[in-house]
Design a protein around this ligand. Structure first.
Ligand SMILES: [Zn+2]
Ligand SMILES: [Zn+2]
Length: 137
């Protein structure tokens, strides 16, 4: 086959048997683990390098320093969450979409895991304030 007809390689979304890269994050191809003791592999360092800049910009300095665990963070896994689509690319099982914004938005997931934890506490506080005021009236 003439090389000019080959599709442009998308290195953020491809499967080569040993590894599957989904929206820029690398997992082992056999188990869909970011950190796998069977293969064995640990892709957190490599994967973090693609989102660390964004996290540093979006999080406060304090959050980044104290809550971002870097290469020690909880690993992701895509076990049974991805499938090979008809074009050979890995996509999400739920929507059959390559680089699905809903399933594989790693940067957003990490951001929310650090930043989103506060919200419930705040809303509970508000409720408490309201109750206290009601009691006072
Ligand atoms: Zn594995
Ligand atoms: Zn999806």
């Amino acid at each position: 086959m003439d090389s000019q007809f080959e599709p442009e390689q998308d290195f953020d979304n491809y499967y080569d048997g040993d590894t599957v890269t989904i929206n820029g994050f690398i997992f082992c191809g056999r188990h869909g683990q970011e950190v796998c003791d069977k293969c064995p592999t640990d892709n957190r360092n490599c994967n973090n390098s693609t989102v660390e800049q964004m996290l540093h910009e979006k999080l406060t300095e304090e959050e980044f320093e104290t809550k971002w665990k870097g290469d020690d963070r909880e690993p992701f896994n895509v076990t049974r969450q991805w499938t090979r689509l008809s074009n050979g690319k890995p996509g999400c099982m739920a929507h059959k979409e390559v680089a699905c914004k809903e399933c594989f938005n790693w940067g957003d997931k990490l951001y929310r895991s650090i930043h989103g934890g506060r919200k419930p506490r705040v809303s509970r506080l508000h409720k408490k304030d309201k109750q206290n005021k009601d009691v006072l009236h």
